[in-house]
Design a protein around this ligand. Structure first.
Ligand code: EPZ
Length: 421
């Protein structure tokens, strides 16, 4: 298996470009089966999770091409209603096909999805909501049999603002009669991007970005072709910001949207980094020592601090003077990078949903294993500032969300390479 080798201790300099958000592209690809037409999706990163989604689209009968960073999906032909267990288990976002295929075909035969192990990741809210809208769903040994004869819009009050459930409802509701109102909807920028795509495709969705989303179903103007440019990947941008805060140096991250990075920018500035947003770029500079942020870093649904940034921010926090307290409120197993960071000398203490860290002079190189995507990226960031050599294994997790992380970091001056093996 391939692994990443890092010789730590080099500051980062230069600029790095961010492409479209993985977590926007994935539901938009599922949505492309709704259009019965051609979708041209621009600014797509080249990632393993996206390849897995394209494989599903091809198996369903779509014509798919991917050139550079533009993906074209033609769903005008007949679309199958079945997805294999293997394809469903490749990634969590495959569950978006439940709503999409029900809307397109009135039937979906799939399996519970896979994805990064961040603790229990049920789909009960997805199923409850689609059933409230009129779908009949039977679950048996991991299989999902779903049918609908006539879906009817209604008000759905979500118990938690689940990103995936909000997306699934938006997709299915496009085919339901009347209006569907999602109350306590997820407000992430990727939800707004899905709304933008759906409206460009002729559907009627409003309110995304606020807690109440309205979908008027059963009505569609028929554009022959939808062209959509995906929003920038805020988590990829956060990765380069936290890598610079950890390793030191000065890096300009381009192609970003400032708003979703504002909270991280404020925290890094409080910790002693120079952070400057200009138009669609952010420059981050760290020369001196770091200070722990005063307040607990609490993860939460957008606009709260993103759980996906928690492992990344933990690396500079380990090196800061004083103690940083993290409170993980989104997933029950999202500290799987901690034992690995501790092998590098981080001395992080975890108790339930809290993690306490800080005050470490320097990390030391070690052989560590990624257990999920963002935790894996955090290990690479840690290796950049560790003394000596580190190896990071299980990098297939990292490849789910980064276009060759080692190439981007090498361009910034880091000594990082992928070893094929
Ligand atoms: C999305 O996952 C992202 N994935 C995750 O990014 C991200 O961490 C997460 O949102 C939170 O921001 C994609 O967009 C593909 P949720 P999702 O439904 O949709 C519970 C990455 O690395 N829940 O908002 O799965 C759930 O267990 C990934 O790119 C239920 O209880 O997140 C969790 O505790 C990792 N029942 C909480 O809600 C349900 O039916 C939030 O999950 C659904 C969710």
């Amino acid at each position: 298996m391939d692994y990443i080798k890092v010789e730590g201790g080099r500051a980062l300099t230069g600029s790095v470009r961010v492409y479209g958000a993985k977590n926007s592209v994935l539901p938009i690809l599922a949505a492309s089966v709704l259009t019965s037409g051609v979708s041209v999706i621009e600014n797509c990163p080249r990632l393993k999770d996206i390849d897995a989604m394209l494989a599903i689209l091809r198996a369903l009968g779509c014509e798919v091409t991917a050139e550079e960073r533009t993906i074209t999906v033609d769903s005008s032909g007949p679309i199958a209603a079945e997805i294999s267990a293997e394809q469903m288990s490749a990634l969590r976002a495959s569950i978006a096909f439940l709503g999409a295929l029900l809307a397109r075909n009135g039937r979906a035969e799939l399996f519970v999805p896979g994805g990064c192990e961040l603790g229990s990741r049920p789909i009960d809210i997805h199923l409850w909501a689609l059933m409230r809208l009129g779908a009949k769903i039977r679950q048996q040994d991991g299989r999902l049999h779903a049918t609908v004869s006539r879906g009817n819009g209604c008000e759905l009050v979500l118990p938690i603002p689940s990103v995936g459930a909000t997306e699934n409802i938006m997709l299915f509701a496009t085919a339901c009669g009347g209006e569907t109102v999602i109350v306590n909807a997820a407000r992430e920028p990727e939800i707004v991007d899905l709304q933008t795509y759906l409206n460009a495709a002729g559907f009627s969705v409003s309110g995304a970005g606020s807690p109440v989303i309205r979908i008027v179903g059963g009505r569609k103007t028929q554009p022959t072709q939808v062209v959509h440019r995906v929003i920038p990947d805020r988590i990829a941008a956060a990765t380069w910001m936290c890598a610079t805060a950890s390793a030191g140096g000065e890096v300009m991250v381009t192609g970003v949207e400032p708003e979703p990075l504002a909270l991280l920018g404020e925290l890094l500035a409080e910790m002693g980094c120079g952070v400057q947003f200009v138009a669609d770029a952010v420059t981050i500079r760290r020369v001196g020592s770091l200070q722990a942020p005063r307040a607990t870093v609490r993860t939460g649904p957008y606009p709260g601090f993103p759980t996906d940034m928690q492992p990344l921010l933990m690396v500079p926090a380990v090196l800061a003077h004083g103690q940083t307290v993290f409170e993980e409120n989104m997933f029950d197993s999202r500290y799987r990078h901690v034992p690995e960071l501790n092998r590098m000398g981080a001395e992080i203490m975890v108790s339930g949903k809290y993690a306490l860290c800080g005050g470490i002079e320097r990390l030391r190189g070690a052989s560590v294993c990624a257990a999920d995507l963002r935790g894996g990226a955090a290990l690479v960031c840690a290796a950049l500032c560790a003394e000596g050599e580190s190896t990071i294994r299980n990098i297939e997790y990292i490849d789910r969300g980064y276009e060759s992380i080692e190439d981007s970091l090498r361009l910034l001056g880091a000594d990082v390479r992928r070893v094929r093996g």
